[in-house]
Design a protein around this ligand. Structure first.
Ligand code: PEP
Ligand code: MN
Length: 343
């Protein structure tokens, strides 16, 4: 259940509502909307029957939430959320691009990538320091050394940093260097990891699991939010289907579904979604038209020499070309009033 407050509700009104909820042994969570404050009720909602919450001063109405995920649902928070990543706003019509190599391979490779990423106009630099590789014999990442190169690249370019955290033990260290923590597809249902990133104060990019339903994905976000961290951004990166030509099947319909079911922003990763650099441009363009709040693109100074995911990585020239189109399409959609927000 959520309690939607009047636009002119006072701090005292909100305090009284929170107190009433807590008086019956439930937890109250205040969420700030652009115009209205909303108070979420967590726990057994039958206990609310003993308080006349709708009659309290400052209350517009109470709404039942039918879903197993609450904090992530649009019922809970009707306005689309804007997630602030060290000053870069994701959601609310801002198209944010996160680009960079699959893995941080060396200082030279990362700094060269950062320059390319910056020149193309992306706002965040991506790059894995902890790599969840399919084979234990593949390059596993530079770990903390890689995080230091990412932080150096931020100093040099002003790009914000998003990087994956693969285990609970690494959360503190990744938090120290990154502006946004990435939970990868393979860890989408690692509930201990979700809870741990939910307790830190950095926004989280939550990738869709390899075979996760939308409901499972939304509940994964709920795990993070329930620990106190409301700053979650979804990333559709393709799912396993019977198709083998592409690495995954990019489910662009998930963008529309998430926008309907949740107030949180959703971005699209056409690199992992297809596994083929040639398909990144058309899928990136389609994602923008579908209403994605951003893109994640793999770019490498020399994809043929990449230690991971070379076949899906854009060359610097191809990246520039994708970015040019993405900017044009975004401008066109806004100018024509065709940009999709809520559904
Ligand atoms: C990545 O973005 O580096 C990555 C490993 O992606 P995913 O978790 O989507 O496979
Ligand atoms: Mn990759």
């Amino acid at each position: 259940m959520v309690i939607i407050m009047n636009t002119d509700a006072t701090t005292q009104n909100i305090h009284d509502v929170v107190e009433a909820i807590e008086s019956v042994g439930l937890e109250a969570k205040i969420m700030e909307g652009i115009q209205q404050k909303i108070v979420g009720v967590i726990g057994d909602k039958t206990r609310m029957a003993s308080i006349a919450i709708d009659a309290m001063e400052g209350v517009e109405k109470s709404v039942e939430i039918s879903k197993s995920y609450k904090l992530a649902s649009r019922e809970f928070h009707p306005q689309s959320s804007i997630i602030n990543v060290a000053g870069v706003k994701i959601g609310g019509g801002n198209l944010v691009v996160m680009a960079g190599p699959c893995a941080v391979e060396s200082r030279e490779q990362l700094l060269a990538s950062a320059k390319i990423v910056k020149a193309g106009g992306a706002q965040l630099l991506r790059g894995g320091a902890y790599k969840p590789r399919t084979s234990p014999y593949s390059f596993q990442g530079l770990e903390e050394e890689g995080l230091k190169y990412l932080a150096e690249a931020r100093e040099l370019t002003g790009l914000r940093i998003v990087t994956e955290v693969t285990e609970v033990e690494a959360v503190e260290s990744v938090c120290k260097y990154a502006d946004m923590l990435q939970v990868g597809a393979r860890n989408m249902q690692n509930f201990r990891l979700l809870k741990e990133v939910g307790r830190c104060n950095k926004p989280v990019l939550l990738k869709r699991g390899l075979a996760a339903t939308l409901n499972e994905w939304l509940n994964a976000a709920e795990y993070i939010m329930n620990e106190g961290n409301q700053n979650v951004v979804f990333c559709e990166r393709g799912i396993r289907t019977y198709e083998t030509y592409t690495r995954n099947t990019l489910d662009l319909s998930a963008v529309a579904a998430i926008k309907h079911l949740s107030h949180l922003p959703v971005i699209v990763d056409p690199s992992h979604g297809t596994g083929k650099w040639r398909m990144v441009k058309p899928m990136a363009f389609a994602a923008v038209a579908a209403g994605a709040d951003g893109l994640m693109l793999e770019v490498h100074p020399n994809p043929s020499k990449a230690l991971s995911d070379g076949p899906q990585s854009l060359t610097p020239d191809n990246y520039m070309e994708v970015m040019r189109g993405v900017k044009e399409i975004t401008m066109f959609l806004h100018k024509q009033g065709l940009a999709i927000d809520t559904l």
